[in-house]
Design a binder for this molecule. Structure first.
Ligand SMILES: Cc1cc2nc3c(=O)[nH]c(=O)nc-3n(C[C@H](O)[C@H](O)[C@H](O)COP(=O)(O)OP(=O)(O)OC[C@H]3O[C@@H](n4cnc5c(N)ncnc54)[C@H](O)[C@@H]3O)c2cc1C
Length: 399
């Protein structure tokens, strides 16, 4: 816990009205912040839970669109900020230049798009997911089988629509979870939904596509889910210290510019006890950066960012995957400790561990929500891989 607190500004300007801003508005209210807050938001919706885009919004339309910080008291300017000066602390939009005591950068990410593919909207915001829902009844192709692409396929299939996911990788989520875990999860995909090793080469007609493996497929709607990158267009050329396309934070969420903060996907910070930096890319990163920022703005104590154990989840055909810790299949050794095809409620269950020199770096759980708290502690304490089975109470582990 840090007692080093910020300057309690009277006027705060936030750029971006997404998940991190939703969490920040909530946290400011909880911490009793009394200043004026102005949010510049390019999207017309007030902050909503973007993680529902590929899940309930794609499946159920507006019914899944729930505001994150209703009645926060912040003033929303639904205009894109066009310039930001971190030294003068000004934000400019079409309505003019506005000066603040503190500025928060919350510009998030934007989806990777393929030039010329106007027929295939990228799945990222609520409006794209509302489009998926409005396409009800039409057969669909999803290009890109990462977390978002495969979640959208789950949502489309849940509405009894035919869907095929195309991806250059052999297995869904291989690059994110490693081939052993990806292979175990792939067995839950319905037949003919996954098509690995291929992508769209060209559009032959309104509904026919030539694939890179030479085959032609028909689909009435095509969407892309090719990943996302931090949206640095507003601040990329500014003097604020950056690393790999994100803004560097110190352990209290401060940037290199005085009274300028960054939250959510725009941010990166140093992992405690290691030389590595954590790139924010998930809902929980947005939550924790918003909380330390709110502590600074309201002059109250907070914990240090570097001690936070990262967490994310995803809803897949196999069920709910939860990952705690730092997981990088290109660096870590990943092994499956337990895999049951017929766990509770006949759902598959899996526990896998990613390790670094014999200590636990991350844990992957499939349909094992009650193991999450113990898994988080095991990652935080960097316990030895050999003792993990016992910690988690896995069958066959020494007791
Ligand atoms: C479809 C989808 C599903 C996801 N599912 C999960 C999940 O299951 N679990 C998980 O842990 N994480 C998930 N994530 C990731 C998580 O949603 C993000 O990490 C989180 O939204 C980041 O919050 P943010 O506020 O930084 O960015 P965003 O929520 O992307 O918000 C940024 C906002 O800033 C606005 N903006 C950008 N530039 C400007 C400007 N110049 N002026 C004004 N406004 C601007 C954008 O329009 C956008 O509204 C998912 C992401 C997506 C896209």
């Amino acid at each position: 816990m840090s007692t080093e607190t910020g300057t309690r500004p009277d006027r705060v300007g936030i750029v971006g009205g997404g998940v991190a801003t939703g969490f920040l508005l909530r946290a400011l209210a909880q911490r009793g912040f009394e200043g004026e807050v102005v949010v510049f938001a390019a999207e017309q919706h007030e902050p909503y839970d973007r993680t529902e885009v590929s899940k309930s919004i794609a499946r159920s339309g507006h019914a899944g669109l729930r505001p994150l910080a209703p009645g926060s008291g912040a003033r929303f300017v639904h205009e894109a900020a066009e310039a930001l000066d971190p030294v003068r602390r000004t934000i400019a939009s079409t309505s003019g230049e506005h000066r603040f005591d503190a500025i928060v950068v919350a510009t998030g990410s934007r989806p990777i798009e393929i030039p010329g593919w106007d027929f295939a909207p990228a799945l990222y915001g609520a409006d794209s997911a509302l489009g998926v829902h409005a396409d009800a009844g039409r057969s669909a192709l999803v290009v890109g089988g990462g977390f978002i692409g495969s979640e959208v396929a789950v949502s489309i299939a849940a509405n009894d629509r035919a869907v095929t996911v195309l991806d250059l990788a052999a297995l869904p989520l291989e690059a994110r979870l490693g081939s052993a875990v990806a292979g175990a999860l792939a067995t839950s995909w319905p037949e003919r939904v996954w098509r690995g090793g291929t992508t769209i080469e060209s559009r032959v007609s309104e509904t026919v596509y030539l694939l890179s493996d030479g085959e032609q497929v028909e689909a009435e709607a095509v969407y892309t889910a090719l990943g996302a990158r931090p949206d640095s267009r507003l601040w990329g050329a500014s003097a604020v210290a950056q690393r790999d396309g994100r803004i560097e934070l110190d352990e209290l969420g401060r940037t290199s510019a005085e009274n300028v903060y960054a939250i959510g996907d725009a941010a990166t910070w140093r992992i405690a006890g290691s030389g590595r930096w954590h790139p924010a890319a998930h809902w929980d990163d947005a939550r924790i950066t918003a909380d330390v920022c709110a502590a600074q703005l309201s002059g109250s104590p907070s914990r240090a960012l570097g001690d936070h154990v990262p967490y994310f989840w995803s809803e897949q055909f196999a069920g709910r995957i939860q990952v705690v810790g730092h997981l990088d299949p290109s660096v870590h050794h990943i092994e499956i400790l337990e895999h049951r095809e017929d766990g509770a409620g006949s759902r598959p269950e899996l526990v896998a561990v990613a390790s670094d020199a014999g200590t636990v770096s991350a844990i992957v759980l499939l349909n094992r929500p009650r193991a999450l708290a113990v898994a988080s502690r095991a990652v935080r304490d960097r316990i030895a891989v050999d003792s993990l089975g016992e910690h988690l109470g896995l069958q066959g582990a020494p007791r």
